[in-house]
Design a protein around this ligand. Structure first.
Ligand code: HEM
Length: 163
């Protein structure tokens, strides 16, 4: 009887304590959930990524620095841009945590005949940043995407001298 009365008295305090504890813990839980979200999800998934790739490739196709390289120009004229956009979208989705599977060639294999130089690489990165800004991709996600792109550089840039 005494025990149950004590418990009844203490109940409101216990409830307040539980509420205080939960509200203190919730920002941490929310942060953990955000950290657990894949880059793919934070970018908005397949359709958002495909839209970014579409804009990016359209920019590259009219980039004079890239088109001054005859090997790039020839490959561009030979390869349907819709296919290229599809392949790049699948690759980006896959490496950022989406369920798509990239079925194209390795970056080394796909670019070795293009003699891509440092100058051309920088022109591509500059266009990529313009696209990311246009789509208002947040700074954190931009950094992660650029790091992914930079990780492919040793396989793509073969021209030693800036042209
Ligand atoms: C200056 C930089 C780059 C240029 C000029 C460039 C240009 C090209 C061109 C012309 C092709 C078609 C080649 C062919 O089929 O003959 C191609 C293919 C491709 N590129 Fe790039 N690229 C560059 C960087 C990148 C980067 C950074 C990525 C991804 C991180 C990438 C992903 C791809 C993919 C997935 C394909 C398709 C491969 C396949 O279908 O097997 N490229 N690129």
């Amino acid at each position: 009887m005494t025990t149950s009365r004590t418990f009844t008295k203490a109940l409101p305090f216990l409830m307040v304590a539980v509420v205080v504890l939960l509200s203190a813990a919730s920002p941490a839980i929310a942060q953990e959930k955000m950290a657990a979200k894949s880059l793919y999800d934070r970018l908005g998934g397949t359709y958002a990524i495909a839209s970014v790739v579409d804009d990016f490739i359209e920019r590259l196709l009219v980039n004079d620095i890239l088109n001054a390289n005859p090997a790039i120009k020839a490959a561009r004229d030979a390869v349907p841009k819709a296919g290229l956009k599809y392949r790049v979208t699948a690759l980006v989705c896959q490496v950022t945590g989406g369920s798509e599977t990239y079925s194209g060639r390795s970056m080394k294999e796909a670019h070795k005949h293009l003699n891509i130089t440092e100058k051309e690489w920088q022109a591509m990165v500059s266009d990529f940043k313009k696209t990311l800004d246009k789509f208002k991709v947040p700074a954190k996600e931009q950094g992660e995407l650029i790091a992914i792109v930079e990780s492919t550089k040793p396989d793509i840039v073969v021209g030693k001298m800036a042209k």
